[in-house]
Design a protein around this ligand. Structure first.
Ligand SMILES: [Cu+2]
Length: 163
């Protein structure tokens, strides 16, 4: 019994220490207290941006109890990179039936890449319990046909049509 306990303790200590010394790949840190002041996640830089190579980058902030912006428009059949961070506590971002599923942890940038084959609407709640208003914390990703997206101006790209 004592030996088993010893082994388990050793496993916990060794994995804990080695995990801290060798964090997972692609760790990007950010300061949640200055997100809105400078850097990648200032308000004017949120939403969908088209990169020189034609791919799309979507930047979102999760906070109690909203996603900012609360809706993003992205083109179909185009590589899309979601970059998210949190301004306060741990939130979650998940688009059903895609590979997009990540926790959004304050202090870190979560990055997920996907390509939407078909146009469509994804509506989802934050899927990490984050406090009293959690159930009302929704975001919407509107996947638009590629040609239609290309015709839109920067403003329309950041605003979903209301339904
Ligand atoms: Cu939440």
């Amino acid at each position: 019994m004592a030996a088993m306990l010893g082994v388990m303790m050793a496993v916990i200590v060794v994995t804990g220490v080695s995990g801290a010394l060798h964090p997972a790949s692609n760790v990007e840190v950010t300061d949640p207290q200055t997100l809105h002041l400078a850097g990648e996640f200032v308000e004017s830089n949120l939403g969908t941006a088209i990169e020189p190579d034609g791919s799309a980058t979507v930047r979102l902030i999760a906070e109690q109890y909203d996603f900012v912006p609360d809706c993003v428009v992205v083109p179909a059949q185009t590589p899309v990179t979601f970059r998210l961070t949190s301004a306060d506590v741990v939130h979650g971002f998940l688009l059903p039936n895609t590979n997009v599923n990540t926790m959004v942890v304050p202090g870190f940038v979560a990055e997920v890449r996907t390509t939407f084959a078909q146009p469509g609407e994804y509506e989802m709640p934050c899927h990490e319990f984050c406090g009293l208003g959690h159930h009302a914390m929704w975001t919407r990703v509107s996947v638009t046909p590629r040609e239609k997206f290309a015709d839109q101006g920067p403003l329309e790209r950041t605003r979903c049509e209301k339904h």
